[in-house]
Each structure stands twice: as C-alpha cells, then as structure tokens.
Write a protein that binds this ligand. Structure first.
Ligand SMILES: [Zn+2]
Length: 202
C-alpha cells in the first residue's frame, strides 16, 4: 500500500494562520503587561502588522477555497452511519468565515469609497466593536476549519484512484450474448455459453 501523502497545503495554511496572528498577540500581551507601548515598539509592531495583514488577506481566500474543497471530499455521516464531526467542523468554520466576510469587507470598502479611513466609517462604539470582533474571529475560524479539513483527500484524487482500480479489477466484458444478459471477457466463453444455450444465438 502507498504511504499516506502528507497534506502540505493544510500544514502551511495552519502555520500561516497562527503566524499572522503573532504580531497581534505580541501587541495585546505587551499592552496588557506594560499598559502603554512606547513609540519605538509601536512602530515595530506596526510594520509586523502591515506584513501580517497582507498575508491574512491572501490566507483568508486560500483557506476558504481549501475548506470547501475538503468539504467535498467528506460526508456528514461516516460509513458506519455515525456523525462525522470533521464534516460538521468544516461546515461551521467555512460558513463562519464566509459569514464574516461582509462584516469585515463592507466597512473597509465604504472607507475606501469615501476617503474616510476606518474610524470615519466605524464612528460609533457599536460598529467599532462589531468590526474588531469580526476581524479577530477571522483567523480563529481559519485555524479551526483548516484543522478539521487537514488530511482529507480532494474528491478528484479519490475518484481517479477508484476508477483506475475498478478498471484493473474488472476487465471489460465486451462479448455480450444476444439472447440474455450474460457478458464475457473472452470470445471463447461466449461460444461456450452458446453451446449450452443454442437458442440464445441469433
Ligand atoms: Zn445467453
């Protein structure tokens, strides 16, 4: 049997999702401990946030594509008829990621259109709260969904393999009896069948 192929896409996505969150965590933890972050440190965090923000954007798109691909390779129930938690996990986290998208992108698009800046669009405490929670949740949903989706074979791969093995297991029976449903791989077998049932031969 062939060795299980490692799911590199899943591993990289998971690492990247955790990695892009690191500057945020660092900043939040520093703020919690130190209270006010001095200008030098804040500038360093700003650069890290710029990089991680851009990476996050790409990651979000690739991860949703990856999660939905894995979803097609799995089913809500296992072969034994039990609940397949991986399927449900992917559904919850991929739908969550999709649902977060308008909450995150719409204010940004408005800000760009009106040349306001984010705080101009998110002028009330409520909108600001909602947006910051959505932005915080986005990478969490990616980590969760990719963790569930990791290692699931894409349906195209499994399909290719199964049709190949089926073709190997059962060679084509191209010699069909004219009088019944029997089919044979070899012409001699069909001839033998006709000897037993001469009435089948037309
Ligand atoms: Zn026959």
């Amino acid at each position: 049997m062939a060795k299980e192929k490692r799911d590199w896409t899943g591993d990289i996505l998971l690492l990247a999702a955790v990695g892009v969150g690191a500057p945020r965590w660092a900043g939040a933890m520093l703020a919690a401990d130190v209270g006010v972050i001095d200008a030098k440190l804040s500038n360093a965090l700003h650069v890290l946030n710029l990089i991680s923000g851009m990476a996050m954007g790409v990651l979000e798109a690739v991860a949703i594509y990856y999660m939905l691909g894995a979803l097609r390779g799995t089913k809500p129930k296992t072969t034994k008829g039990k609940v397949n938690w991986r399927w449900w996990g992917i559904v919850v986290f991929s739908l969550g990621s999709l649902a977060l998208t308008p909450f995150i992108l719409a204010p940004y698009i408005q800000a760009r259109m009106q040349n306001f800046g984010m705080t101009g669009v998110l002028s009330t405490a409520e909108t600001l709260n909602r947006w910051s929670i959505a932005v915080t949740l986005a990478p969490v949903f990616i980590v969760g969904g990719v963790a569930f989706a990791r290692g699931i074979k894409k349906p195209t791969e499994t399909k290719k393999r199964s049709t190949r093995s089926a073709a190997q297991a059962a060679p084509r029976k191209k010699y069909a009896c004219g009088g019944c449903d029997e089919r044979y791989v070899k012409q001699q077998s069909l001839a033998a069948h006709y000897r037993h049932f001469p009435e089948h031969k037309k």
